[in-house]
Design a protein around this ligand. Structure first.
Ligand code: ATP
Ligand code: MG
Length: 568
């Protein structure tokens, strides 16, 4: 399912119930004269992915629209899984997407306050220390169809609870031996309300608080209050948290603190794409990809390295809006937005990925001339450049057939084609190696067709890109395909897992590509359309003598085709 028209980049026209809701709160002055305050709350246990981009654009984008502010808050309640590498990458990626935060916050900043609030709940008889094991707690919780039952420790005295909780904090007890729980209702139809755990004992070093704490708050105990501390007016999150909302409200009501409003929206799911951080980490750890920023990864750093632009990602996210039910968006739609952006902005260049030498027998040996080429036909202000032409050039292997199949309009013996911006050439003969492979094609050119048109009005059916052999620079080119072979990577046989759907051919490395000489100056973040071939970006693996290019996308816009087929 796709839920928007990709041609429409005016995001205001796209249904987004969150925008409507905030607009209404602003109109009715629900928060008085206070500004809209949102937050983006990633857990620093992985790199941000394209799904997070949606949350970021909503959190930051909507606050911007209504003159409000957004905090970046790291939900770092889980010391064993979090790393500063992730904290740094997340900040970089949010900025890259084009946003900046009002305050940089950490849930761990609130550990002291959260502890005080826990004491307050114990004193109010709303929280107790439980000695059941994790397994027992699970058994006592019941199921969706069966009620839970009370823990034998549920009715401990307030004094005993206070004493035990403080001793938990002081490190007297081993990991897992006790927890602090909220005393709500073991018979609630909502499992989250069946005396959820608030604190667990974990003698672990935290990336920010070090060894100061050996008890850590659960995400569900920290999240709502963190919003409240930051006076978040609209706390937007994905739909799976809807069932947790009553619990966040319960804590806030018991503590009598600022009531942030939580609003849930649909997760972004993309075809051929897996967005589980745990599984993405596994891809990295098992070297199935070359790190979190491998251009095949759905991470923002992967997209960046591949050559995607923040503008295109924002336009895509804006176009899908936000709803109250989860769906799946076609990856082609994201690619469509990217092509659209690159088509308008990227410089054109000629590059031959699979070179075949073409010798122009009647072109003077040793002569070099320069043809003028537009840098971007979509953007006259991008100017022109001079491209060298000479007797020996490279063309794509695919652009020549000794025996042309039906409807093959490119070069073959006796056929005339146009070399882009240069001349008409007619193939005459081939040179083969001992194994019978064609290593050279010989042709003749028509000197009168300079610039790509013949004065007698002769037509050719094909225009090909080329690179002068003597001037070409060699480069490595990496071609990427989808990381998964199935539109739904989670569609796997029993006993298998999602990684069984990995595409074994998602990366192809070409080491002998020949590029026009102007590309020698290409630098990181430069993006090009290699004519007739695709969109390409410089990879950070490039060194001064050896450029490496990533194919961002091939030229063909499958989304446009799908749309046409659908009659849209
Ligand atoms: P985890 O499995 O580690 O909980 P997560 O994807 O929920 O992963 P968080 O770091 O907790 O990761 O996410 C930060 C914010 O991004 C949350 O508000 C979450 O709702 C939102 N988010 C995460 N994945 C998506 C997605 N696919 N689409 C939209 N928003 C998302
Ligand atoms: Mg999460």
């Amino acid at each position: 399912m796709t839920n928007a028209n990709p041609e429409s980049t005016d995001t205001h026209l796209i249904s987004n119930f969150l925008r409507d809701l905030i607009a209404e709160d602003v109109r009715t002055k629900k928060y008085g004269d206070a500004q809209i305050q949102t937050r983006f709350p990633p857990e620093p246990n992985g790199y941000l992915h394209i799904g997070h981009a949606k949350a970021i654009c909503l959190d930051f984008g909507l606050a911007d629209e209504f003159g409000g502010k957004t905090n970046l808050r790291f939900d770092d309640t889980n010391p064993s899984k979090e790393e500063t590498e992730y904290v740094d990458s997340i900040q970089k990626d949010v900025r890259w997407l084009g946003f900046d935060w009002e305050k940089l916050c950490y849930a761990s900043d609130y550990f002291g306050q959260l502890y005080e609030w826990a004491l307050q709940l114990i004193k109010a008889g709303k929280s107790y220390v439980d000695d059941l094991t994790a397994d027992e707690i699970r058994q006592y919780r019941g199921t969706l169809t069966e009620p839970g039952k009370d823990s034998p420790y549920r009715n401990r005295s307030i004094d005993e609870n206070l004493d035990l909780f403080m001793r938990m904090k002081q490190g007297e007890f081993p990991d897992g031996s006790r927890v602090l729980r909220a005393k709500i209702d073991m018979y609630s139809p909502n499992l989250n309300m069946r005396d959820p755990v608030m604190y667990r004992i974990l003698h672990a070093t935290h990336h920010r608080t070090g060894d100061e704490w050996c008890i850590y708050p659960m995400y569900d105990y920290a999240h709502g209050q963190s919003d409240s501390i930051e006076q978040v007016t609209h706390s937007m999150c994905t739909l799976e948290f809807a069932d947790h909302q009553p619990l966040y409200k319960w804590y806030i009501a018991q503590l009598g603190i600022f009531p942030s409003e939580q609003i849930e929206f649909d997760r972004l799911n993309l075809t051929y794409t897996m967005l589980s951080k745990r599984k993405l980490l596994q891809l990295v750890q098992e070297n199935r990809v070359k790190g979190w920023d491998d251009p095949r990864m759905p991470t923002l750093s992967g997209f960046r390295r591949r050559g995607f632009t923040p503008e295109a990602i924002r336009a895509f996210v804006g176009s899908i809006g936000a709803t109250r039910s989860n769906g799946v968006t076609d990856i082609e739609m994201l690619e469509h937005f990217q092509r659209d952006d690159l088509n308008r902005r990227s410089a054109r260049a000629m590059s031959v990925l699979h070179p075949l030498k073409l010798v122009i027998d009647n072109y003077p040996k040793g002569e070099v001339e320069f043809v003028e080429v537009a840098n971007n036909p979509e953007d006259p202000s991008a100017g022109t450049r001079q491209v060298p032409f000479s007797r020996e050039i490279y063309i794509e292997q695919d652009d020549f057939r000794e025996v042309p199949p039906p409807k093959y309009y490119r070069l073959s013996p006796g056929k005339e084609v146009r070399l882009r911006n240069a001349y008409f050439v007619t193939a005459q003969s081939v040179v083969k190696d001992a194994a019978g492979n064609i290593v050279e094609v010989h042709c003749t050119y028509d000197p009168a067709s300079r610039g790509g048109n013949s004065p007698d009005g002769r037509k050719v059916k094909s225009t090909m890109h080329w690179v002068s052999a003597a001037h070409a620079i060699s480069a490595e080119v990496r071609l990427y395909d989808k990381l998964f072979t199935k539109a739904d990577p989670y569609d796997f046989a029993e006993g298998q897992d999602v990684l069984s759907n990995l595409n074994p051919n998602s990366l192809e490395i070409l080491t002998g590509a020949k590029l026009e000489p102007s590309l020698a100056n290409a630098k990181l973040e430069d993006r090009f359309q290699f004519e007739r071939v695709g969109y390409f970006a410089v990879d950070p693996d490039s060194t001064p003598g050896k450029l490496v290019f990533n194919r961002t996308l091939p030229l063909k816009d499958t989304w446009a085709k799908i749309e046409k087929k659908a009659g849209a």
